[in-house]
Each structure stands twice: as structure tokens, then as C-alpha cells.
Design a protein around this ligand. Structure first.
Ligand code: NAG
Ligand code: NAG
Ligand code: NAG
Length: 440
């Protein structure tokens, strides 16, 4: 409050000092067909903010104001007095430099506030106090370095808070303390080095969190452990070396860290259906704990040297397996009974020299097999159509097939439903295209 008083005092002084008229700025907005009102090319200088009013043809019922090509140092508080029913204010890219304390005291009906792409560097105490119906607050792509502890105070209806692409290095312990309805929080592309173990304890409704592209060395996800499901957490592109996956989490995206260890939360069961961990440092699929509901597993570009399809039996629902870009020279299959859930197998960019499809007979429902860019000279298979009746696509480009060693394979392919054909453009100089396969 005191800041506001000081600001007023300063403005009163300015008012006395300046010739009359300068401070009473009136902007007029233009009605659009969709019944929103557009403020185009508005300019509001710092000394005009408090006294600026906005008019329109229907101020009493207007719900949406859209700014474009404007330069307004801050949102004029008078806007909310002029438009008592305002629900949506889009001030994206309007050169806004500050949010004043109590700026939104009169924004009692405001539900959506878009402030993305401005130049706001800090949020003062109680920055949005008064906007108690606010549901969406977009502050992405500003230069935020500081958010005061009480900046989001009383935003008890807030569902979506977008803080991505700012320069936050830390978060105050209870900055999200009043956000009991918050569902979506974006914090990606900041410079966060730590996130507290209890940072989100007052946000029981949170189901989507993005903290990718920060500088986290650890992140305690046990704080999300609760009885109902948490939809997705993205921790990609941080410096994590291990993750412990809460039992209620459905999807974890953790690309581009240095993760060597994956653990499960302590509660019984796991809701995890998707685990996406390309570009990490896992050395074996057996390093993963059992996730009984897992459908999609991406361990591409890790450091896996050995793989046996028997590992898949630990994930009784797995449909998609991506192991591209590892260091596999062979794959084995110790499965003794068939698994019918596995349908998509990606083994591209490994070092396979030979693949015997007959050994994959216990994966009869495979739909797609990708072995591009390995070192395959030969693939053997007996009775492709019977062993893999639904295999519709085999991707074979970028290998080193020997023409004379693959005649049997070609014969099988021709009588199956499997699409595999390469084009002359896929072949290296020394190779020729024979029946759709580049070989030499
Ligand atoms: C807000 O305005 C920007 C730029 O004028 C526009 O690109 C964006 O779609 C608008 N957002 C909404 C939710 O209307
Ligand atoms: C998180 O943010 C990054 C960077 O903006 C984006 O690429 C990614 O798709 C987001 N993750 C999710 C799960 O939406
Ligand atoms: C986990 O399951 C075991 C055996 O079913 C049970 O005894 C235990 O109480 C459960 N623990 C929790 C935290 O639910």
C-alpha cells in the first residue's frame, strides 16, 4: 500500500508542476465484430498511467479489451473503472515495463490477463490483489527476475499461470501459497537452480508442470505424491542425475539431463503411462523399476549396450519402445511366452550388424520395426507373414545390406503385407537398389 501512496504523492507533485491537461489522458477503443474492443497504437507514458481512462461505445457491458501495437508503461488502473465487467484483457507485446502495487484493485471481474512478451522485470507485493476471479495469468516472455512472496496473493480462482521464458533464478518459499486451484504451471526456460521440497504443497490441484530448460541439479517430486493423479511433469534439459517418480504421476518427460538412476515413489502402485527420457545416461533398461501401467517408453540416445526383449515383460502394457541411438550391437530375446502388447519397436541408429527376426517370434503383434542406420549386412527370417501377421512397416534405410545374403529376406517381404521399400535416393554410391533394398 505504501508504494501506492508514494506513487500518488509523486504524481500529485508532477501534476502541480506540469501544465494542465498532460495528466488526463483519454484513450478510445474501437469495437470489433466479435464484440471485443481494440486499443490500437495506444501510448501511455509513466506519468500518465494513473490518470488514463479508456472509453468505448458500451463501457458498462464490455468484456474484452485487446491491445495491439501499443506502448503502455503499465496497465492503467482506470481501465477497470471504465469497464466494470471486463473479463479478458490481452496486453500481449505492449511494451509494459511494470505492474504497480494494487494495479488490479478494481479488476473484480477480470478472468484472463495476457501480459506475455512485455518487459516486466519484477512483480511487487500483492501485484494482482483485487483480481480475485482471475483464472488465467500469462506472464511468459518477460524479463522477470523477481517475484515478491505475496505477488499472487488471493488468486484463489487461478487455474493457469504461465511464467515461461523469464529470468527467474529462484522462487520464494510460499509464492504459490494461495493458489489452491492452480492446475497448470509453466516455468520453463528460466534460470532456476533449485526448487524447494515443499514449493507446491499448497497447490493440490496442480496437474501439469513444466520446469524444462532450467538449471536444476535435483528436483524432489515426492511433493506431488497424493491420492489423485498428476498428469504430466516436464523436467527436460536440466542437470538432473536421478529422478524418483511419484506413484500418482502419469507422464514424465525428462529429456536431456544426465540421468543414471530412476526410482519409484514409496507408495504402492504406479500410474505412469509415459516415460520419455531421451539423451540421458542410462546404461540398461533393467535399471528401471517396474511400472505396471507403462504404455510408452523412450530411452533413445542413452548409453545402453545390451538389450533383451525379456526386459519388456516387466512392463505388462508396453506398446511403444524406443531404443534408438544407443550402442546396441545385438539384441536378444529371452521371452519364453509371447507378449502381444508391444507394437512399435525403434532400434534405429545403433550398431546392429545382424538381426534374426525369427528370435522375435514371441512378439507376434509387432506393427512397426525401425532399424534404420545400423550396420546390418543381413537380416534373417523364416515365414514373415505367419510370424508377424500385422507387421505393416519395416524401416531399413541406411544399412549395409549384402545383396547375395538377403535373397531369402526379399522373398519373404514380397509375399507379406510389410512395406519396406527404399528408393534409389536412399542408396550410397557403391550400392544398387534391388527389389526395394539398397545393397552391395
Ligand atoms: C493476444 O494478442 C496477441 C497479439 O496481439 C495475439 O497474438 C494473441 O492471439 C491474443 N491472445 C488471445 C488469447 O486472444
Ligand atoms: C515444456 O516447455 C518446453 C519449452 O517451451 C516445450 O518444448 C515442451 O513441449 C513443454 N512440455 C510439455 C509437456 O508441454
Ligand atoms: C502397500 O501394499 C501392502 C500389501 O498390499 C500393504 O500392506 C501396505 O499397507 C500398502 N502401503 C500403502 C502405503 O498403501
Amino acid at each position: 500500500m505504501s508504494k501506492m501512496v508514494k506513487l500518488w504523492a509523486a504524481l500529485v507533485l508532477v501534476a502541480i508542476a506540469l501544465p494542465g491537461g498532460t495528466l488526463c489522458k483519454q484513450l478510445r477503443c474501437t469495437m470489433e465484430l466479435d464484440r471485443s474492443c481494440s486499443l490500437i497504437g495506444a501510448v501511455v507514458n509513466p506519468d500518465e498511467i494513473m490518470s488514463t481512462t479508456v472509453s468505448s461505445s458500451n463501457p458498462a457491458t464490455l468484456t474484452t479489451v485487446q491491445l495491439s501495437r501499443s506502448t503502455i508503461t503499465a496497465i492503467p488502473p482506470g481501465m477497470f473503472q471504465s469497464f466494470p465487467k471486463l473479463e479478458t484483457l490481452n496486453a500481449t507485446g505492449s511494451n509494459i515495463k511494470q505492474v504497480l502495487s494494487n494495479n488490479f484493485a478494481d479488476a473484480k471481474t477480470l478472468q484472463q490477463l495476457y501480459l506475455s512478451g512485455n518487459k516486466i522485470s519484477d512483480l511487487p507485493e500483492e501485484a494482482f490483489f483485487g483480481a480475485r476471479q482471475l483464472r488465467t495469468l500469462d506472464l511468459s516472455k518477460n524479463g522477470l527476475t523477481l517475484i515478491e512472496q505475496t505477488a499472487f496473493k488471493r488468486l484463489r480462482e487461478l487455474r493457469t499461470l504461465l511464467l515461461g521464458e523469464n529470468r527467474l533464478t529462484e522462487l520464494q518459499a510460499t509464492v504459490f501459497g494461495d493458489l489452491s486451484e492452480l492446475e497448470v504451471l509453466e516455468l520453463q526456460r528460466n534460470e532456476l537452480g533449485v526448487i524447494g521440497d515443499r514449493q507446491f504443497e499448497d497447490c493440490p490441484s496442480l496437474t501439469k508442470l513444466n520446469v524444462s530448460y532450467n538449471a536444476l541439479k535435483s528436483f524432489n517430486m515426492a511433493q506431488f505424491e497424493r491420492r489423485w493423479a498428476f498428469d504430466v511433469i516436464d523436467v527436460s534439459h536440466n542437470h538432473l542425475t536421478s529422478v524418483t517418480i511419484p506413484s500418482n504421476l502419469r507422464q514424465l518427460v525428462a529429456a536431456g539431463n544426465g540421468i543414471r538412476r530412476v526410482e519409484r515413489g514409496t507408495s504402492n502402485g504406479s500410474e505412469l503411462i509415459l516415460l520419455k527420457m531421451p539423451h540421458n545416461k542410462l546404461s540398461s533398461m533393467n535399471d528401471l523399476p517396474v511400472f505396471e501401467k507403462l504404455i510408452s517408453l523412450d530411452l533413445s540416445f542413452n548409453q545402453i549396450r545390451e538389450f533383451d526383449f525379456a526386459s519388456v515383460s516387466r512392463f505388462g502394457k508396453l506398446v511403444l519402445l524406443k531404443l534408438d541411438g544407443n550402442q546396441l550391437e545385438t539384441v536378444s530375446n529371452g521371452l519364453t511366452s509371447p507378449i502381444t502388447h508391444l507394437k512399435y519397436v525403434h532400434l534405429a541408429d545403433n550398431r546392429l550388424t545382424h538381426l534374426d527376426l525369427n528370435t522375435l517370434g514371441t512378439i507376434p503383434r509387432m506393427l512397426k520395426l525401425d532399424v534404420r542406420r545400423n550396420r546390418l549386412e543381413r537380416m534373417s527370417v523364416k515365414d514373415l507373414s505367419t510370424s508377424f501377421p500385422v507387421l505393416v512397416r519395416m524401416m531399413l534405410e541406411g544399412n549395409r545390406f549384402r545383396c547375395e545374403d538377403n535373397r531369402a529376406l526379399l522373398k519373404e517381404l514380397k509375399t507379406s503385407i510389410t512395406a519396406y521399400a527404399m528408393t534409389a535416393g536412399d542408396c550410397r554410391k557403391e550400392e544398387k537398389l534391388i527389389d526395394g533394398i539398397c545393397c552391395s
